[in-house]
Design a protein. Structure first.
Length: 285
C-alpha cells in the first residue's frame, strides 16, 4: 500500500545517506519502486536492488529505474525466508509498509543485520494505520471504519498489524542492530486528491472486500455511508485527511553490539539510545 505520491519516499532516501557511488542499497518489499527512485535521484551511481514477492511489481520497478546510471537488479523472494543476499554485502537496507505483513518481524530484522556491512544502515518505515484521521462521517461510524481497516488482513497479506508503525523503535531496539532514532512523518491534505484520495479509496475497497469474504467488522452499507460522508465533506470544502508514519533508523555497529548486548566503537558500554530526534540528519520538509 505504497505509491509514488507519498512524501515519505524522499525522506527515506535522505535518511539512507548513500554516500559512495558504489554503495549497495536494497529495498525490501519494494513494490513498483518509488523509494528506489527517490534513492536514485540522490545517489545516481549506487547499486540498487529491489526485492519483492510480486513479479509484476518488480517489472514496474525495473521500468521505473530505467534511467538510473548505476546498476539495478530485482529479485523475486518471500521475506519470510532468508534474504537472497550474502553476509555483509549491503550498505543500506530500506523497507516501507512491508514489515507488518510478516508473522515474525524479528526474523527479518535478524536477516537485515546479517546482510549489512559493519557500519551499514537500516531504514525501516511504516504507516501506523490506526492513526488515520478522515473528516466526514459521524464519530462512531468513522472510528469503526478506520479501526476495521487498520485491523484487516487483506487477501494478499499473510498477517496484518495496523499499529506496527509505533512499534518500530522497540522492534529495532530488540534486534541485533543499534537503534539510532525514530521520527514521525505526517501526511495530510485538505483536498480529496492524490495520496489522500488513493488512501480513502483503499479503505473503501479493502473493507468492501472484507465484507464479501465474511471477515468484515463493518457491513458494505456502512462502508458506503462512510465514503459518501467523506465525499460530501469534500464537496462542502471541509475535507481533511492525515496519517502518521514512523521511520526508524538503525545501524550495524563496527565492533559489536551496544546497550542490548553491544559495545560502542571504543569498546566501552554505550549509553541507551532513546527513540527521538536524529540531530545529525535534516528534518522533514
Amino acid at each position: 500500500m505504497s505509491d509514488s505520491a507519498e512524501p515519505i519516499h524522499a525522506r527515506l532516501a535522505e535518511l539512507a545517506r548513500p554516500q559512495e557511488p558504489d554503495q549497495v542499497v536494497v529495498d525490501l518489499g519494494c513494490g513498483a519502486g518509488p523509494t528506489l527512485r527517490a534513492v536514485s535521484r540522490k545517489a545516481p551511481q549506487a547499486s540498487l536492488i529491489g526485492i519483492d514477492r510480486s513479479a509484476e511489481s518488480l517489472r514496474q520497478a525495473q521500468a521505473a529505474l530505467a534511467a538510473h546510471k548505476g546498476s539495478t537488479a530485482t529479485i523475486v523472494a518471500d521475506l519470510r525466508d532468508p534474504l537472497p543476499c550474502s553476509d555483509e554485502s549491503v550498505d543500506v537496507v530500506l523497507s516501507y509498509n512491508t514489515i507488518e505483513c510478516l508473522p515474525s518481524p524479528q526474523e527479518m530484522l535478524a536477516e537485515v543485520a546479517r546482510v549489512l556491512r559493519p557500519g551499514g544502515r537500516a531504514v525501516i518505515a511504516h504507516v501506523d494505520f490506526d492513526s488515520m484521521v478522515v473528516a466526514g462521517a459521524d464519530a462512531d461510524l468513522d472510528r469503526r471504519v478506520c479501526h476495521a481497516f487498520a485491523d484487516d488482513a487483506q487477501s494478499w497479506m499473510d498477517y496484518a498489524d495496523g499499529r506496527i508503525g509505533r512499534k518500530l523503535g522497540l522492534l529495532l531496539a530488540r534486534s541485533p542492530l543499534e537503534l539510532v532514532g525514530v521520527e514521525p512523518l505526517l501526511a495530510w491534505s485538505t483536498e480529496f486528491t492524490g495520496h489522500a484520495q488513493d488512501r480513502v479509496g483503499q479503505v473503501r475497497k479493502a473493507l468492501l472486500s472484507a465484507a464479501r469474504h465474511g471477515r468484515g467488522a463493518v457491513v458494505p452499507e456502512e462502508v458506503e455511508a462512510w465514503y459518501t460522508s467523506v465525499r460530501e465533506a469534500d464537496r462542502l470544502g471541509g475535507f481533511f485527511f492525515s496519517e502518521l508514519a514512523f521511520i526508524a533508523v538503525a545501524e550495524k555497529t563496527r565492533s559489536g553490539r551496544s546497550e542490548h548486548g553491544a559495545a560502542s566503537h571504543d569498546g566501552r558500554q554505550a549509553a541507551p539510545v532513546r527513540a527521538g530526534s536524529m540531530p545529525d540528519l535534516p528534518t522533514a520538509a
